[in-house]
Ligand binder design. Structure first.
Ligand code: GUN
Ligand code: ZN
Length: 436
């Protein structure tokens, strides 16, 4: 294949290993003030001090010099709906009314392949201009929506997980599949896209209320036939939703037990929200090594509640950050972390800059089971990274000049940052976004 070598110089920050307690993150951090990242064929070839590595740069290779900026691993968004980009900030209502009034009519448009293609392109550009290089993505019920998204992601060889929504009840007819059609369509998409380049497939029942037991049985069958795929769904987001699940599945021992009964918990099962978990549900997530996507802007916007991140650490349940567009209100991970900090504040806790940074990079990757290929700058990992500009606005400059330590500077970047903080984004070793 193609042999390309790239060299990037600048200040680098990453977390070198996954941790079980937030207090461990600091000892796992690696900050290199003047560093060198050498990339060969889209993978990290060498990473370390510029002085130690500069001789390794071939004479023919031009060094990208980002000194004065901060280079970090690409952000990982562990829960997002691409077919809700056009309805961000829809006014009023909590989850169930919001779905009926705003979400379902919007998702209807994705029956059209051309529309799906147009929006896929828009969506990927939004991710990249916000420094997000990997995402776990909901499509719609229409297989066309997923074909369009994977097609677009394959053009830049992005590490992305997505799936067709399975939903066969409790939504408008135009958005329903059947157990049989959802099986056939999901299977076809898995065969076409799973492990095609860097693309990966997630079996995606929308949430328990929109699937019959027969369809959940189908989801189980898919997971058994394709054990290396992901499972992606929603769990315990809203109190009315939880009451509804209990009424629909009286034979099950609570909301999570519906998924657990159908074999949908486990490694590489990602449950969005988990705002109102019962003790037995925390334990089930923990014992099955399932993961949670914490979606602060969405949980605040829909008035769903406050996610208990401390408890997730205590229970050893892996957590990543999700923007949850379009209930969430931003594609930007810095802004999302800023809201996560406030969700913690409202519970009398803190979210340190180190922890926030971990969740958005290696921790998020780990929650998706992708920490072997992305999340930091270890040699052999995929070269997805972001060049951050901590002083993109006059206020940020002022505040930066008045910060002393690295942790202060990083915290202020998270609190004041947005898409203007994203100077460059690289995917697979290639420049894919440049702020203008
Ligand atoms: N639960 C089921 N579907 C959805 C959705 O589209 N967004 C959110 N936030 N929650 C859901
Ligand atoms: Zn969602």
């Amino acid at each position: 294949g193609e042999h390309t070598i790239k060299a990037v110089r600048g200040s680098f920050l990453d977390v070198t290993r996954t941790v079980e307690h937030p207090e461990e993150i600091e000892s796992a951090l690696r900050y290199i003030e003047d560093g060198l990242l050498l990339i060969r064929n889209g993978k990290v070839e060498w990473f370390g001090e510029w002085q130690a590595g500069k001789e390794k740069v071939p004479a023919s290779v031009r060094v990208r010099d980002y000194r004065g900026k901060l280079v970090v691993p690409g952000f990982v968004d562990t829960h997002i709906h691409y077919p809700q980009s056009e309805m961000v900030g829809a006014y009023g209502e909590q989850l169930l009314e919001w779905l009926n009034k705003h979400t379902f009519p919007t998702e209807r448009r994705y029956a059209d392949l051309d529309y799906s293609r147009e929006m896929s392109s828009f969506f990927l550009k939004q991710l990249l201009r916000n420094g997000t290089t990997t995402a776990l993505v909901f499509g719609t019920v229409h297989p066309e929506s997923v074909d369009a998204l994977f097609e677009a992601a394959s053009h830049i060889n992005m590490r992305m997980i997505a799936g067709k929504v399975m939903m066969d009840r409790n939504a408008p007819d135009y958005l329903l599949d059947t157990p049989e059609s959802s099986y056939q369509q999901s299977k076809q998409l898995i065969e076409r896209w799973h492990k095609n380049g860097r693309l990966l497939y997630a079996i995606t029942p929308r949430f328990a209320p929109t699937s019959t037991p027969e369809q959940l049985e189908v989801a189980r069958r898919l997971r058994e036939e394709y054990p290396d795929t992901w499972v992606h769904t929603h769990l315990c987001e809203n109190v009315d939703e939880i009451a509804w699940v209990k009424a629909l599945f009286p034979e099950r021992d609570g909301y999570l037990d519906v998924y657990h009964h159908y074999g949908l918990t486990g490694r590489k099962s990602v449950f969005a929200h988990c705002v109102h978990l019962e003790e037995k549900e925390w334990d089930c997530l923990s014992h099955t090594h399932s993961s949670i996507a914490f979606c602060p802007t969405s949980n605040l916007y829909l008035g769903s509640g406050l996610f208990n991140l401390q408890k997730a650490w205590r229970k050893k349940v892996a957590v990543g950050i999700g923007t949850d567009i379009g209930a969430g209100t931003t594609f930007n991970m810095l802004q999302t972390l800023n809201e996560a900090y406030k969700v913690m504040q409202l519970q009398g806790c803190r979210l340190s800059a180190w922890e926030a940074f971990y969740l958005a990079t290696l921790g998020g990757a780990s929650s998706l089971g992708l920490d072997d290929c992305i999340g930091n700058f270890h040699p052999g990992k995929e070269a997805d990274f972001v060049v951050l500009e901590p002083t993109a606005t006059p206020l940020q400059q002022l505040r930066y000049d008045n910060s002393v330590s690295l942790i202060d500077k990083l915290f202020v970047l998270i609190t004041l940052g947005d898409d203007r903080s994203i100077y460059r984004t690289y995917v697979d070793g290639r420049l894919v976004y440049e702020r203008t």
